[in-house]
Design a protein around this ligand. Structure first.
Ligand SMILES: Cc1cc2nc3c(=O)[nH]c(=O)nc-3n(C[C@H](O)[C@H](O)[C@H](O)COP(=O)(O)O)c2cc1C
Length: 334
């Protein structure tokens, strides 16, 4: 067996031997999906972004977003916001909810967030970045981590500056999505820019953007020299891609893709967990998204989608999904 591609790193009291991180994705990486992903070899989890002001309101939905599983540690709760007081309060609240780390979001490109000068809009105000990070680091006794893009736009890329500010503010791990805010999710992530951040600091740097398989993970590591990789959109309907990336990182052979029956077990487990965590009303909406992703590219998926999308009744959704996924033959299931 080959030796691991990356040595891993320590973060607080944890040794992250397997530097594979599941990307935070709002509306997707809730506790049920994180649990599914954990089974495929994730070494570090991050929750969906929680707006710092939402913490204050004590909404049930916010509480649910911060619910962590005993089986998913080490896990980070991600906070977005720009007011040092609100962000600090939210960070303390996150630690109170059992977060092993607090991750600060300075990468979100969504207009609603950027309008409040939070998410990626923060990158335009380096002094504010330092104020927020220093305040959070001083307020909590767990490691604070940061997730950024490479800058606001091509003309104002400042990934190295932000990386240095992060390190000198006491941030213990930096994740870089290799796109600017202006790129949103278009074009290619620039892995060379992740390398600029890596060269600028001595804290671990996680590379993110456009990893879709073992080969792309290896290539990002080669180009950027990053200490770990984060996978996002490629896991949608395809969480077993994490096992492939994990095997590449750990120097193990590529595992086989799940058989049709193993795929159905995952879909079924995911649906049941969604209902338990969110209640069937909310689970129906979420399952529509996830189950359709799971069916992408499979035999007869167009017809299945058409019928599944029209259903509102949870029991009927479960039955139709079972009928479809259980009747895929093994070769069509790949
Ligand atoms: C639907 C969706 C929701 C996202 N939500 C978050 C979020 O809550 N916090 C965050 O830092 N990034 C968020 N992201 C960005 C991802 O974490 C990641 O940086 C981005 O998708 C690039 O990685 P990928 O190419 O592997 O998908 C989101 C992305 C998507 C597609």
């Amino acid at each position: 067996m080959n030796k691991p591609l990356l040595p891993g790193f320590t973060l607080g009291n944890y040794m992250i031997d397997e530097p594979l991180v599941l990307a935070p994705m709002a509306g997707i990486t809730d506790l049920p999906f994180r649990r599914i992903c954990k089974g495929f070899g994730v070494g570090l989890m991050v929750t969906e972004m929680i707006a710092s002001r939402a913490v204050d309101m004590g909404r049930e939905r916010t509480q649910r977003m911060a619910e962590l599983g005993d089986d998913e540690h080490p896990v980070s709760i991600q906070i977005a916001g720009s007011d040092p007081e609100f962000v600090t309060e939210a960070a303390r609240w996150a630690v109170g909810h059992g977060a092993d780390f607090v991750d600060i979001n300075m990468g979100c490109p969504v207009k609603k967030i950027c309008k409040q000068v939070a998410g990626s809009a923060m990158l335009r105000d380096e002094a504010l970045v330092a104020r927020v990070l220093e305040a959070v680091v001083a307020a909590v006794d767990v490691p604070v981590t940061l997730k950024i893009r490479t800058g606001w736009d091509d003309q104002s890329k400042n990934v190295e500056n932000i990386a240095r500010i992060a390190e000198s503010s006491g941030i213990q791990l930096l994740t870089v999505h290799g796109r600017t805010r202006a790129q949103m999710f278009h074009g290619h992530a620039c892995w060379e820019d992740i390398g600029l951040a890596k060269a600028a600091v001595s804290i671990p740097v996680i590379g993110n953007g456009d990893i879709v398989d073992a080969a792309s993970a290896r290539e990002m590591i080669r180009i950027s020299g990053c200490d770990g990789v984060m996978v996002g959109r490629a896991v949608q309907g395809n969480p077993w891609v994490l096992a492939e990336v994990s095997a590449a990182l750990m120097g193990k052979p590529t595992p086989a893709k799940p058989t049709a029956s193993a795929r159905w077990s995952i879909v079924h487990e995911h649906m049941l967990a969604l209902a338990e965590h969110h209640g069937v009303r909310c689970a129906s909406k979420l399952a529509r998204k996830h189950v359709l992703w799971y069916s992408k590219g499979l035999h007869g998926s167009a017809e299945f989608r058409q019928s599944f999308q029209t259903l509102d009744d949870w029991q009927q959704m479960l039955e139709l999904a079972a009928l479809y996924f259980m009747n895929l033959n093994e070769t069509a299931g790949g």
